[in-house]
Design a protein around this ligand. Structure first.
Ligand SMILES: Nc1ncnc2c1ncn2[C@@H]1O[C@H](COP(=O)(O)OP(=O)(O)OP(=O)(O)O)[C@@H](O)[C@H]1O
Length: 406
């Protein structure tokens, strides 16, 4: 009986396979050009091959958005397509009586969610999930959506509300370079890869004007501060300060031209993300004044010097590891820039304090590997605390009714 079932099912499978191939041939040689299929639910039969062939044909025809039911599939064009994101096109989607009848676009998603919020009968909070593998275009797409909302949710009724909306709009857009400088890095897959997740909230008032924004960032890849894969880089901000600091700032932050830092791999690669001026300007717009900025950059320079500290194996386990080469100078500079006393910093890196009960405290010299780990941990901790991301959004981005994220 088992054999019969098996035989039956395998027979029908072969038949099914044949008819699927037939359908596939028919679909692929069909009259309608594949690139004209703007909804993947119209693809028949739905197989990996037909879906990919359809997307490939659309990509070749410079059509980068395709619907898949209520989901939008966005392909990364890997080239600038300015006409696809122009303010005129935003207005077209915003003004369309039925935006879903226009060509698939991220603006359709934006407009539909905006209308759902606006709905007078039952306004509902809306969420848009942007997902994909690294380099797929999630950051780009989120940026497009934010720009779209900044444009459409800015129909002022009074001069005062116009000013508020404009300010928030500007802050939202200015927050991007800052968030990216501190949270993005060049990886093998993406020159500007976000090394953190984010939950962005845009808040509208009853007149559907933007009144505030907040972001919650999570899972920042702190390990990147102290450890980068070969061919990858540290966070952009470190390269920005090393390449873009003025002569005075270089002196102040102990960053002489051409200095080598072990936590700054591949400095010879110049990316468009290396623009220090853009970050500084955006920080200023967010209300982070120059002295505060300088303080932050000084600490980052301190971390670079911390990374140059090398320990040598100690011959006597009872003695702390010795510093190698120029490490003495690095620890002095690092302590100075981090505004920490030099000796306690060195002790922290080399000696572990063990508490036994309430009374007993032991001090144990660390092995070389432990010293390295402790140095890396200090850097990760300082970077996470000093990271601008949470500050940008909690303290500086919000204006009116914004909640403070972590
Ligand atoms: N719609 C688009 N038009 C033009 N270029 C694009 C578009 N989408 C993505 N790109 C290009 O692809 C690059 C990678 O995109 P993006 O940084 O948005 O990917 P991601 O999915 O956020 O990656 P990660 O997860 O690594 O942060 C961008 O820097 C940009 O050059």
């Amino acid at each position: 009986m088992l054999q019969q079932v098996y035989g039956h099912s395998s027979g029908s499978g072969a038949q099914g396979g044949e008819s699927l191939r037939e359908d596939l041939r028919e679909f692929l040689s069909g009259e309608a050009p594949l690139h004209q299929l703007d909804d993947l639910t119209k693809v028949n039969p739905v197989t990996l091959e037909t879906v990919l062939r359809c997307l490939q044909a659309r990509y070749a025809a410079d059509t980068f958005y395709t619907n898949a039911g209520c989901t939008l599939v966005a392909l990364n064009p890997f080239k600038p397509v300015p006409q696809l994101y122009s303010p005129a096109l935003m207005r077209e989607y915003h003004a369309a009586p039925q935006p879903q009848k226009l060509k698939p676009h991220i603006f359709t998603v934006g407009e539909q969610t905006y209308r759902n919020v606006k709905s007078l009968t039952e306004p509902v909070n809306q969420s848009v999930i942007v997902s994909g593998e690294s380099g797929a275009g999630k950051t780009w797409t989120s940026r497009c959506l934010m720009k779209f909302f900044a444009v459409v949710a800015a129909s002022p009724t009074s001069w005062e509300s116009h000013r508020i909306t404009e300010r928030i709009e500007q802050r939202i857009l200015n927050s991007n370079p800052v968030m990216e400088a501190f949270g993005n890095a060049c990886t093998l897959r993406n020159n500007n890869s976000s090394r953190f997740g984010k939950f962005i909230q845009l808040q509208l008032n009853r007149a559907q004007q933007m009144t505030g924004a907040a972001v919650q960032t999570y899972l920042l890849e702190k390990t990147r501060v102290a450890c980068q894969a070969s061919s990858e880089r540290n966070f952009h901000i470190f390269y920005q300060i090393c390449k873009g600091a003025s002569t005075d700032e270089r002196l102040q932050w102990h960053l002489p031209e051409g200095a080598a830092f072990s936590w700054l791999p591949n400095p010879e690669r110049t990316l468009e993300e290396d623009c220090f001026e853009v970050t500084r300007e955006a920080m200023l717009h967010l209300g982070i004044d120059t002295p505060t900025q300088n303080n932050i950059f000084q600490v980052l320079a301190g971390l670079l010097h911390l990374g140059n500290i090398r320990f040598a194996n100690s011959e006597d386990e009872a003695q702390p590891c010795q510093l190698m080469g120029d490490a003495k100078c690095s620890i002095r500079t690092s302590a100075l820039l981090l505004q920490l006393p030099e000796d306690p910093l060195l002790e922290t890196l080399r000696i572990r304090t063990i508490r036994a009960g309430r009374q007993q405290v032991f001090q144990k010299p660390c092995s070389r590997a432990e010293c390295d780990t402790r140095r890396d941990c200090v850097a990760k901790l300082v970077y996470a605390r000093r990271n601008m991301q949470s500050r940008v959004w909690s303290g500086h981005l919000s204006t009116t009714r914004t909640t403070s994220p972590a």
